[in-house]
Design a protein around this ligand. Structure first.
Ligand code: CUA
Length: 190
C-alpha cells in the first residue's frame, strides 16, 4: 500500500538542465545554418550543382542511331558557337576515350550509359556526375586552362571498373578544328 501514499515532490530542477538543453539546441541550429551556407557558397561561387533536368533515353539501343550513335560521339560545334560533347559510358570504357575541347568555350557534356551505372569526373574541375542507364546526364562547364586532364569512372561498375577512364585534352581555341566539328563530331581518340 506504500505506493498509494503521496510523497512530497522534490522542487523542480530548473537551471543547469535547461541551460544545457538550450546550448544543445543552439549548436544544432548553428550546425544546420553552417551546412546550408556551405551549399549556397559552393553552388554560387564554385558552380557545383546537381545534374540537369531528368531526360530519358533507351540505353540498350544507343548504337542503333539517334543522338548517341557513333558518328555523333565526340565534340560538335553548334550554330550558336557553343560546344556539345557526347560520350557513351560502357563496361569498361568511355567512347571516345579522348575528348578534345577548346579552352574558354562554354561546353555542354552529355553522357549516356549503355549498361550499368557509371560515374565520371574531370580532375581539377567542377565536373562530377553519375551516368545512370535510361537517363542522359548533362553537365555544363567551361575549361579555362589548356592541358590534359583525366576523366575516370568513379562508380564501381564491375570487374573492369578500375581500368575505365578517358583523357580530356583542352587545346587553345585557335588550335581547335571548329570547321570540322561543325560538320562532324571530333575527338582525339586513337
Ligand atoms: Cu564505369 Cu566504373
Amino acid at each position: 500500500m506504500a505506493e498509494l501514499i503521496e510523497r512530497p515532490r522534490p522542487p523542480l530542477q530548473r537551471g543547469a538542465g535547461e541551460r544545457a538543453e538550450r546550448l544543445w539546441t543552439r549548436s544544432v541550429v548553428a550546425g544546420i545554418v553552417a551546412l546550408l551556407g556551405v551549399i549556397a557558397f559552393t553552388s554560387a561561387r564554385l558552380g557545383l550543382h546537381p545534374p540537369s533536368r531528368v531526360e530519358t533515353i533507351a540505353s540498350t539501343s544507343l548504337h542503333k542511331g539517334g543522338e548517341f550513335s557513333e558518328a555523333n560521339l565526340g565534340t560538335s560545334i553548334l550554330s550558336d558557337g557553343s560546344a556539345v560533347v557526347r560520350v557513351v559510358a560502357q563496361q569498361y570504357a568511355f567512347v571516345p576515350n579522348c575528348v578534345l575541347v577548346p579552352a574558354g568555350v562554354p561546353i555542354a557534356m552529355r553522357l549516356a550509359s549503355a549498361d550499368a551505372v557509371h560515374g565520371f569526373l574531370i580532375d581539377g574541375t567542377n565536373v562530377n556526375a553519375m551516368i545512370v542507364p535510361g537517363y542522359v546526364t548533362t553537365v555544363r562547364t567551361t575549361f579555362q586552362e589548356t592541358g590534359e586532364r583525366l576523366m575516370p569512372c568513379h562508380e564501381f561498375c564491375g570487374v573492369g571498373h578500375q581500368a575505365m577512364w578517358a583523357h580530356v585534352r583542352i587545346v587553345d581555341a585557335k588550335k581547335f578544328p571548329f570547321e570540322q566539328a561543325r560538320a562532324k563530331a571530333v575527338s582525339c581518340a586513337g
